[in-house]
Design a protein around this ligand. Structure first.
Ligand SMILES: Cc1cc2nc3c(=O)[nH]c(=O)nc-3n(C[C@H](O)[C@H](O)[C@H](O)COP(=O)(O)OP(=O)(O)OC[C@H]3O[C@@H](n4cnc5c(N)ncnc54)[C@H](O)[C@@H]3O)c2cc1C
Length: 493
């Protein structure tokens, strides 16, 4: 059994590992990096263009990022944090386009106005308050608001066409929102990495086990899924960027920080329309309010998508339940992830989330006409035969213990890292790929502290000019970086 020695092992060929590999190879080109992917292609799980919604999440349109508190005040802190984090991704992509490491931006990012749309007195009052708070902050100063059906008809003709007369409606719009083909972005980053002598990509190889050695390095076992041959890689640092597969691998690592975590898989589906005449009538991502009991990532939205250069419309997501942690995973994934240390939190979550369970069962049992009915809330004139159902990727939501030791279901993303910085895993899926740059900078901050202090900070600042400063607090800096990112990435006309 051959053993290879590397500095960094990236497990998984999705947007997270690709972003971390790109950052590390820029910070230290001499670093030996191996990426291992169980499938025969990279970016074929959640990162694939059709497996996610491709929204460049910036908090402009997603109403679940601006919840109301018990007094009815709209909270904008989460939207601010997500917006500032998305700006980090935009800056990194801008640097990579400028250095020729990424191709022309239209290959992976396209301008698509981000809109929120609501109907009914109560929802209109919510959206008005949300707009007033958000547009007062520099991050959202260009947001527009209207309750005028004629204006809304200009912004989103498909949505306004044939709506009930006299219906109370409102919308907000940010014109420089984006649609991102994270699959294309990732494939391009990995193609660039492959040009480096110190980078190796092993496709059709699955990581199966880990052993921490006395010298602090990891001995990682992998299997070639084509030949059946086993291999061992000796790595100084391991990143588990395995998407839904990260939790089982984290558990196998045995690091104390992995204890108590569980996962709850939620699958997704879209209605897709590729008929040219319909596709041409909509140019936006229009997000609405989630149904009662729906998980926060299930807010309905009608989107313009450009995947592999081809435009389409997408509506959803419709949630579903499966026990798989990866789209191309095994039905035994959920049961195999149960451990003594996460059994109670998982049972708590099962018992305390009946609303979610009912919602998922309802979603799974829907037929095409029922799905079309939800679509018609956003596109009243939608014709059933022009829309087909497509499977999206898997999201494994995090289950962890709360302060009282009970199980809690979380809908965000969380980085779990070993205390000695030798291993890190990314769990969860929202806001996901949009904040990949910030999430991977956090990996570097937690696991490469010595290198950061001896020169990497300055290099990071070249890649992400706002690095180390707050875009939430610094309006002038935001103005400078946004002007550069929007123009380089072609997000403003
Ligand atoms: C329905 C849906 C909608 C979404 N919408 C958006 C959106 O609009 N905007 C947004 O920013 N994000 C969105 N996301 C989230 C986003 O897609 C994910 O956060 C992101 O793609 C995760 O990237 P990743 O690299 O962590 O995982 P993945 O892309 O899943 O990649 C993990 C890779 O690891 C491989 N792997 C797994 N186990 C092993 C193993 N043992 N050995 C080797 N390889 C392994 C897998 O095959 C896979 O290729 C959405 C996700 C879903 C499911």
């Amino acid at each position: 059994m051959a053993t290879k020695k590397v500095d960094v092992l990236l497990v998984g060929g999705g947007v997270m590992s690709a972003t971390l590999g790109t950052l590390l190879s820029k910070l230290d080109p001499s670093m030996k990096i191996t990426m291992v992917e169980r499938l025969d292609h990279v970016a074929h799980e959640s990162t694939d263009g059709w497996n996610n919604a491709g929204t460049g999440h910036a908090g402009y349109c997603e109403l679940n990022y601006t919840a109301e508190d018990e007094k009815g005040n709209v909270e904008i802190n989460r939207a601010q944090a997500i917006n500032a984090n998305f700006e980090i991704s935009l800056q990194l992509w801008t640097s990579l386009v400028n250095s020729g490491d990424l191709p022309a931006p239209k290959n992976f990012i396209n301008p698509t106005p981000h809109m929120s749309f609501v109907w009914g007195e109560k929802n209109v009052a919510f959206l008005r308050q949300r707009f007033e708070k958000m547009s007062a902050h520099h991050l959202f100063k260009d947001m527009e608001y209207s309750e005028d059906p004629a204006v809304l008809n200009e912004w989103m003709p498909l949505v306004m066409d044939s709506r009930p007369a006299g219906e109370k409606v409102a919308a907000t719009r940010v014109n420089y929102g984006s649609d991102v083909d994270f699959g294309s972005l990732t494939r391009n980053m990995i193609e660039t990495l492959k040009k480096h002598d110190n980078f190796e990509l092993l496709l059709s190889h699955e990581v199966s086990d880990f052993l921490k050695k006395d010298d602090g390095r990891w001995s990682v076992r992998l299997k070639d899924r084509v030949s059946g041959e086993s291999k061992t890689i000796n790595a100084g640092f391991v990143f588990l960027g395995a998407g839904g597969g990260a939790l089982p691998l984290l558990q196998k690592s045995g690091i104390p920080e992995s204890k108590g975590y569980g996962g709850f898989p939620v699958s997704g589906q879209w209605l897709v329309c590729t008929e040219e005449a319909t596709v041409k009538r909509h140019y936006a991502k229009v997000y609405g309010k989630a149904a009662i009991g729906a998980p926060p990532m299930s807010v309905p939205h009608l989107d313009t998508r450009i995947i592999n250069g081809k435009p389409a419309l997408l509506f959803g997501p419709y949630a579903g339940f499966t026990t798989k942690f990866l789209k191309k995973g095994s039905k035994l994934d959920l049961i195999k992830s149960v451990r003594v240390n996460n059994l109670l939190p998982m049972m708590d979550v099962g018992m305390n989330n009946m609303d979610l369970t009912k919602y998922l069962i309802g979603e799974v049992l829907q037929n095409h006409e029922e799905r079309m009915k939800s679509l018609r809330d956003y596109f009243p004139g939608a014709e059933s035969d022009k829309w087909t159902l497509a499977d999206a990727g898997q999201r494994v939501q995090i289950i962890k213990k709360d302060a009282s030791g009970r199980g809690k279901l979380e809908f965000g993303t969380e980085l779990v890292a070993a205390a000695d910085g030798s291993l890190a895993a990314l769990l969860g899926a929202s806001p996901g790929a949009s904040v990949a740059a910030q999430a991977m900078i956090e990996v570097i901050e937690r696991c490469f502290k010595a290198q950061l202090d001896s020169g990497w900070k300055a290099k990071l600042k070249q890649l992400v000019p706002s690095y180390g400063e707050s875009l939430i607090n610094n309006a002038e800096l935001l103005g400078e970086v946004r002007q550069k990112t929007l123009s380089t990435l072609g997000l403003v006309k």
